[in-house]
Design a protein around this ligand. Structure first.
Ligand SMILES: Nc1nc2c(ncn2[C@@H]2O[C@H](COP(=O)(O)OP(=O)(O)OP(=O)(O)O)[C@@H](O)[C@H]2O)c(=O)[nH]1
Ligand SMILES: [Mg+2]
Length: 436
């Protein structure tokens, strides 16, 4: 039901100084009147009051009122700032439930914000992304998204498509209407070519950015004992991989997520590569090979105090992949461009190198781009529909062309969660005044 009044604890449920319990819906103001000393409500104010249960004071609180139309959900909203104990917070939630509210489902406040037109779907995506952000890049792109970056990005394309589709429709429906521009296949084709190029660029940028934002799948490889596990541990809060001076220590894949300034790496530490007859180590090396296959980036660690034939062989073997060679144990010997000491947690040159190398992709954080899987998948679908148009355009009737263009346009509407039919019809009426 859309008009019922929902409530939820909006802060983490654990002991803290303050918790916030929220209500949204038609009865929100009535409910707070019933359970506190508040009688008159002045929207956009905060009042000091007590929450009571059958006359008994439960907590001393601050309550904010948000007026319908201006609140997060665009409904009447009340936020109760109570003391942060788990017990008290739950008590207040229970009182709301007993006085006519329903417990909100996950995401329901934001869902109402969307349904009531306060935000579009891409902005809702971004709110979720911001809450889940673990790194600066993720947070930066999410906040852009909340501020309408996706709409800014695809609106010009949508507007142009809408115009062209509407003109074709007019041509089909009113062939006698000669004032209108005649939309032949030759007129339509350059538009569609331009749009496919635009879609490809948007997908490409979004995918490049997603890799740096969500983490490059990075595999650390090298001979035994060069310090691969030490490198993984250097950036993790607690040591995950076992480190010893025995060659062949790591046998299984050990994973960890690390942030190096603006770059996130999903690191996989692997078994050192060498010829061995030892059964477990052999399986470990096979797993290493599989991890290398699917990696975005390979970090080859070399012991700077002991560089040999096997290191050179590995450099040669992976030179066509996205490979970087890191010279470890710089405390013993300093060579190479990227010289680190995993043991001493001294990996600044690796961090700087990666940030430099991916600078172009990182700076996409300051552009309007597609933000997540859902949006990218829809954009790919749109691109596919446009490519279909180009394949068939010379053989198709205008009717068929416009059906495919409609499908492409529909995918763009879904990115923003807009009703596409309504949108198109609105547009046609506004621009062409067909009914006059
Ligand atoms: N001096 C020095 N020793 C290091 C450094 N990094 C690692 N070591 C030492 O090198 C030895 C091997 O380190 P690991 O991290 O286990 O090496 P690995 O490459 O994971 O070895 P395997 O798992 O056996 O393939 C340990 O004794 C580490 O303490 C470094 O920067 N400087
Ligand atoms: Mg190891």
């Amino acid at each position: 039901m859309l008009n019922d009044t929902i409530c939820a604890i909006s802060t983490a449920v654990k002991d803290g100084a303050i918790s916030i319990v929220r209500m949204s819906g038609e009865d929100a103001f009535d409910v707070i009147r019933k359970i506190s000393d508040v009688k008159e409500i002045h929207p956009n104010t905060i009042v000091y009051t007590h929450i009571k249960d059958r006359g008994q004071i439960i907590d001393e609180v601050l309550v904010s009122f948000f007026e319908k139309g201006k609140s997060y959900t665009r409904e009447d909203m009340v936020e109760i700032n109570c003391h942060g104990g788990v017990y008290v917070t739950r008590m207040i939630l229970n009182i709301l439930l007993e006085n006519g509210c329903r417990l909100a489902e996950p995401g329901e406040f934001t869902r109402r914000a969307y349904l009531n037109g306060r935000i579009d779907l891409s902005e809702a995506d971004s709110i979720n992304d911001l809450i889940k952000a673990e790194s600066m890049l993720q947070a930066r792109s999410a906040i852009r998204g909340i501020n309408g970056s996706v709409e800014r990005l695809i609106m010009p394309l949508m507007d142009e498509m809408k115009d062209v589709i509407a003109m074709i429709e007019v041509n089909i429906d009113y062939p006698e209407y000669e004032d209108e521009r005649q939309m032949s296949q030759d007129v339509i084709r350059p538009y569609v070519e331009k749009w496919t190029a635009q879609c490809r660029e948007m997908i490409d940028k979004a995918e490049r950015f997603r890799v740096v934002k969500d983490g490059l799948n990075t595999v650390i490889i090298g001979k035994p004992n060069v310090g691969k596990s030490s490198l993984l541990n250097a950036r993790l809060e607690k040591d995950k991989a076992i480190v010893t001076d025995i060659a062949g220590t790591t046998r299984d894949l050990v994973e960890g997520k690390v942030h190096l300034k603006n770059i996130t790496l999903n690191l996989i530490d692997t078994a050192g590569i060498r010829d061995t007859q030892e059964k477990i180590e052999k399986i470990g090396i096979e797993k290493t090979m599989e991890a290398i296959e699917s990696a975005d980036l390979i970090i080859l660690v070399v012991d700077a105090s002991n560089i040999g034939e096997e290191d050179r062989r590995l450099m040669e073997e992976y030179k066509d992949r996205n490979l970087i060679v890191v010279y470890n144990k710089s405390d013993l010997n300093k060579v190479g461009d990227i010289s680190i000491s995993a043991l001493n947690n001294d990996i600044g040159s690796l961090r700087d190198y990666l940030n430099e190398r991916y600078q172009d992709d990182i700076s996409l954080a300051d552009e309007d781009i597609l933000n997540n899987e859902r949006q990218i998948a829809l954009m790919k679908q749109c691109l596919k529909a446009l490519e279909e148009v180009l394949i068939h355009i010379d053989f198709d009737s205008l009717d068929m062309t416009v059906t495919d263009l409609d499908a492409a346009y529909h995918d763009l509407c879904l990115i923003l969660g807009k009703e596409y039919q309504e949108d198109l019809i609105d547009h046609m009426f506004r621009n062409f005044c067909l009914g006059k």
